[in-house]
Design a binder for this molecule. Structure first.
Ligand SMILES: [Zn+2]
Length: 367
């Protein structure tokens, strides 16, 4: 039975229902990042209240602490976290390859040093899949080889080829029948590499396809061009997930290109730095002009923070380093993103969605 049912299409944008172990996720949707099993500053109750359907955690990070077996013993990630919504787990390719962990990258996998024990171990596609099977997330991601920002084409090509062979190994190792498994298209901003990656992974018949290796510092125009180029090589009847994108303009433009699923720490990370999403842009609550501003963060926003607190109050809390300022800005930013996703779903369903018109309405305070 298909786990992804397309409801409505408008040009390349679409709405669908993604069924994750009985949970119906309305797409396009956005996932807050809970790397270690918690979204920074927010409780699960608050996440539910602001319309979160799914979270994404990190398999590699969780396997180091508290350890895969502890989580498996407590009913998997859903039980351990007591989160009944959807859960994706990222494989940990990006993290294990960072300078913090990586000792050596080979065809077999990544030799990494565990910072808690000082012991070196291999992290392979099979191990990442085994961990995710035990964590019991609804969607597991394959282990990918993620080239660093600004890597030369030869390295990007090697990483793409390796991601393809690791995807097959991840698929062969996948034993949890209740868990979907998504592949990750690599290839940087090089079109022939993206095409080759997308076609090879499509052959392997995964449950969904992610576009990885973007939003790492390349120009936004290049990112957009790469997404637009890659999507037509992916099967239309499967979900498309753009990894690491969470700024308003890029979310809206990517939905128009046919992306169904997003994750990013951007809304909460920027909130902790004092940036609140307003209209199609943001304000810095730290700025002196808000010292005496009685308006809410965003006059169109119906979130708990905008209904109750003024910019002046939030400015005061932020400038005196009261933690509630970071918490409430995180709440507002995530609510704001969830509202945008909802509005886009409504517009696609009514057959009247274009990113430029949508962004114009957002800027004018008409959404
Ligand atoms: Zn708000």
């Amino acid at each position: 039975m298909s786990k992804f049912k397309i409801n409505s299409e408008h040009k390349n944008a679409r709405t669908a229902t993604l069924i994750l172990n009985g949970k119906k996720i309305n797409t396009p949707f956005f996932m807050p990042v809970a790397t270690k099993g918690s979204v920074k500053m927010l409780s699960h109750e608050e996440l539910k209240e602001l319309g979160t359907q799914c979270l994404i955690s990190n398999a590699f990070v969780l396997s180091l602490k508290p350890g895969t077996e502890i989580i498996a013993k407590h009913g998997g990630l859903h039980g351990f976290m007591n989160w009944q919504g959807g859960i994706f787990t990222d494989s940990g390719g990006f993290q294990v390859l960072s300078d913090t962990f990586c000792r050596k990258l080979t065809e077999e996998g990544v030799l990494f040093r565990n910072p808690y024990t000082g012991v070196d171990s291999m992290f392979t596609p099979e191990e990442s899949t085994r961990i995710q099977n035990l964590l019991g997330s609804d969607v597991a991601m394959v282990l990918d080889d993620v080239p660093k920002a600004g890597a030369i084409k030869q390295r990007v090509s090697q990483a793409m080829e390796r991601t393809t062979s690791w995807a097959q190994r991840s698929k062969d190792a996948h034993k949890n029948k209740k868990q979907l498994q998504f592949a990750i298209v690599q290839g940087g901003v090089h079109k022939p590499l993206r095409k080759k990656s997308a076609l090879a992974l499509t052959e392997m018949n995964f449950d969904g396809y992610a576009i990885g290796g973007l939003a790492i510092g390349e120009p936004l125009s290049k990112m957009k061009e790469t997404i637009e180029y890659t999507i037509p090589f992916l099967p239309k009847e499967k979900p498309v997930y753009l990894m690491g994108v969470g700024s308003v303009k890029e979310l809206v433009e990517s939905v128009e290109m046919g992306v169904d699923c997003f994750d990013s720490a951007f809304p909460t990370r920027t909130a902790r730095h004092g940036k609140a999403f307003v209209g199609a842009g943001h304000i810095n609550i730290d700025a002196a002009i808000y010292r005496d501003d009685t308006k809410p963060l965003d006059e169109k926003c119906a979130c708990m923070v905008c209904r109750n607190y003024s910019r002046a109050y939030l400015h005061h809390l932020f400038s005196t380093k009261e933690e509630n300022a970071q918490k409430w800005l995180s709440y507002h930013n995530l609510f704001f993103v969830q509202q945008i996703m909802k509005k886009m779903r409504e517009e696609i369903n009514s057959g009247n969605f274009s990113s430029s018109a949508f962004l114009k309405k957002l800027s004018a305070g008409k959404i």
